[in-house]
Design a protein around this ligand. Sequence first.
Ligand code: NAP
Length: 326
Amino acid sequence: MAESSQSHHNSSVAEHEKFMRRSLELAVHGRGKTLSNPMVGCVIVWNNTIIGEGFHSRFGAPHAEVEAIRSVQNPKLLKESRLYVTLEPCSHFGKTPPCANLIIEKEIPEAIIAMRDPNPVVTGNGIQKLQEAGVRVTVGILEPEARNLNKSFIHFHETGKPYVVLKWARTLDGIMGRAKDDHGSRQISSEVSALFVHKLRSELMGIVVGSKTLQLDNPQLTNRLWPGSDPVKFYLGKSKSDRDDVIRMTSISELFAYCQNKNITGLLIEGGSETLQSFLQSGEWNEAFEIEAPVRWENGIKAPEMKRNNSEIFQLGNDLIRHYYN
Ligand SMILES: NC(=O)c1ccc[n+]([C@@H]2O[C@H](COP(=O)([O-])OP(=O)(O)OC[C@H]3O[C@@H](n4cnc5c(N)ncnc54)[C@H](OP(=O)(O)O)[C@@H]3O)[C@@H](O)[C@H]2O)c1
């Protein structure tokens, strides 16, 4: 339900949703590039026409509001315009000056905001600043969609923990790894699924494997098949490794504390079995993708057995992907 600082205004919720939907579309252009910042989109509307658009394009770049305001050709119209933005405008001096100040300075009379900033330390401050300056503010338009867009960022700021996505590939007969003395192919899933996994790697800031997987498979842990920067690489375990690009963590809590400290908002856990089980058993996970390939290996390391129903199922190449939420 939208909350508004003033009950009277001229636009219907349907109209607000139309412009907020466009703002969400714009926000998506920053996917994989804004981390650890959220994706944010913004439009400026005058007389029911979009006269400015912007989005946060990458970490350190200007915020969506700045880009949208800059794109307006006739700045005189700003005084009679509405600003739509998918996240509460910031009110603090970070890498850029506060967007709330810019909105006030440009005398934009109305702001429509999809959701509050999830960071408990700053939430509501931008809205308050706008309201105190006399800007008419509406909050909550397409909020579920806006939350869904920045799941990791929101979870990280609301709980202090990274958003955890588990992913593994298994055979039809439930195997995810070769037995130690078996030197057959180690690849289970298809090339199309590999693209999907590399996309996940570009969207989550960190990637984690167990010490045995690191030692046995020596995986690159990059998203070379998808644009965006590589995740920060971690392995769990007491065993040492000669890989100096992979950070060792001896427990999930040490890993989470490190993430909190370094603003790593999301993690992709890629196995092996023992590592995945430890996240499943501790309940410290948010989503899981189980990739089932149409092959049988008969013996080897067993994949986790999910004890809940998947929320969706889809096909990639020859593989079947089951998607679970905790
Ligand atoms: N199909 C797939 O998607 C997939 C993906 C990855 C790997 N694999 C396969 O999986 C197999 C390896 O699986 P695995 O179960 O034997 O080993 P693993 O999960 O890769 O590694 C297990 C080790 O990780 C450490 N560890 C795991 N969870 C931990 C936790 N919560 N806290 C601290 N340390 C933790 C421990 O290391 P220390 O003993 O050093 O303390 C443990 O012995 C390989 O065959 C690999 O090819 C398959």
